[in-house]
Design a protein around this ligand. Structure first.
Ligand SMILES: [Fe+2]
Length: 282
C-alpha cells in the first residue's frame, strides 16, 4: 500500500487508527471526495458495501483502504488499525433516541479540538450560564482510570438547567476517551442519561472535521431542534478559543506548557497517552 502521508509527518502514526471522514448519507454510487491525513480519497458505495480509494487524480493507484459504515458516519483506516472503532452502544439501543447534532470543519488541529473537550475547568469560563457558573467555578474531584483503549474519567457536579441536565439536579459525568480523537460522555441525572459521542479527524495538520452525535433515554418525544441548537452554540463558543490556541499543534512534550496541574490532570493524561502511542504534535 502506498503511503502518501510523509513518514516523517506527525500525522503518519495516525494512519493506524480509524477516523470518521463523511456522513454515511452523503455517500452513494457516485464518488465523494474527502481528505484524511493530507491524503485525497474518494468514497463510494456498491450494494451493501462502502469503499474508500486513493483519489486517482492525485495518485496513479486505486488503492483500497479499510472503510466502515458506523453510527451514520463513514470511517477509514489507511493502515492496519491498532484499535477498533470506538463503541457507541446507545446508538443501537431502542431505549435511546440518537441524532447527529453537530457536523463542522475547524481550522484547528484534531488534538487541540479533542483536548478542549477534556477540559473540565472551561465550562464556567467558556460557557457561562449554559454549562457553568462563574461564581461557582470550583473544579469537582475527578477520578481517572487508564483503560485498554485510552482512559476514562468521572466526576459529579450540581447542574444548571440545560438540555443535558434534563431537569436533574446532580449530574454524574463519565467520559470514555478512545485514542486518538473520540470520546463518549455519559451524563446521568435523575431524569435519565444523555450521551455525547464526539469524534474528530485530521484532514490536514491544522484542520479537522468534527461530529457530535447525541443519544438520550429521556424526553424521547421532545423536538430535537432545541437540543441541537444548544450543542451547536456551545461548540461555536469552543471554536473561538481553540482556533486561536498556540502552538497550533498540541504539544505532547509535557515541559512545553507548564500550567498543566490540578484539574488539568485529564489533559495531562491525554497528552501522556498520545506520547506513549508514538503520536506527537497533532
Ligand atoms: Fe466547551
Amino acid at each position: 500500500m502506498d503511503q502518501t502521508t510523509d513518514a516523517r509527518s506527525p500525522l503518519a502514526p495516525l494512519r493506524r487508527y480509524w477516523h470518521p471522514v463523511e456522513d454515511s448519507a452523503a455517500v452513494g454510487n457516485d464518488p465523494v471526495a474527502v481528505t484524511l491525513l493530507e491524503e485525497d480519497l474518494v468514497l463510494l458505495r456498491s450494494p451493501g458495501r462502502i469503499h474508500a480509494l486513493a483519489d486517482s487524480r492525485s495518485e496513479a493507484s486505486g488503492d483500497a483502504y479499510r472503510a466502515e459504515d458506523r453510527y451514520g458516519l463513514v470511517w477509514v483506516a489507511l493502515e492496519d488499525p491498532v484499535a477498533d472503532i470506538a463503541p457507541f452502544p446507545e446508538y443501537a439501543d431502542d431505549g435511546f433516541r440518537s441524532y447527529l447534532s453537530v457536523r463542522s470543519a475547524w481550522n484547528a488541529s484534531a488534538g487541540r479540538f479533542t483536548e478542549n473537550g477534556l477540559d473540565v475547568t472551561h465550562f464556567a469560563w467558556v460557557h457561562p450560564g449554559a454549562l457553568g457558573d462563574r461564581d461557582d467555578a470550583e473544579c469537582p474531584a475527578i477520578s481517572i482510570d487508564l483503560t485498554s483503549y485510552g482512559f476514562e474519567y468521572a466526576y459529579s457536579r450540581e447542574s444548571l438547567e440545560s438540555p443535558f441536565a434534563a431537569g436533574g439536579r446532580t449530574i454524574r459525568s463519565r467520559t470514555m476517551h478512545y485514542l486518538p480523537f473520540t470520546r463518549r460522555r455519559v451524563l446521568s441525572s435523575d431524569a435519565g442519561h444523555s450521551v455525547q459521542f464526539v469524534t474528530a479527524s485530521p484532514t490536514r495538520a491544522r484542520q479537522c472535521k468534527i461530529w457530535m452525535i447525541e443519544s438520550r433515554d429521556h424526553h424521547l418525544n421532545d423536538p430535537i431542534k432545541p437540543y441541537i441548537d444548544f450543542s451547536r452554540a456551545l461548540l461555536e463558543q469552543d471554536r473561538r478559543i481553540v482556533e486561536s490556541q498556540r502552538p497550533e499543534m498540541l504539544p505532547v512534550d509535557l515541559t512545553e506548557e507548564l500550567h498543566l496541574r490540578g484539574p488539568d490532570q485529564v489533559a495531562l493524561t491525554y497528552r501522556r497517552l498520545l506520547a506513549d502511542a508514538g503520536i506527537a504534535d497533532v
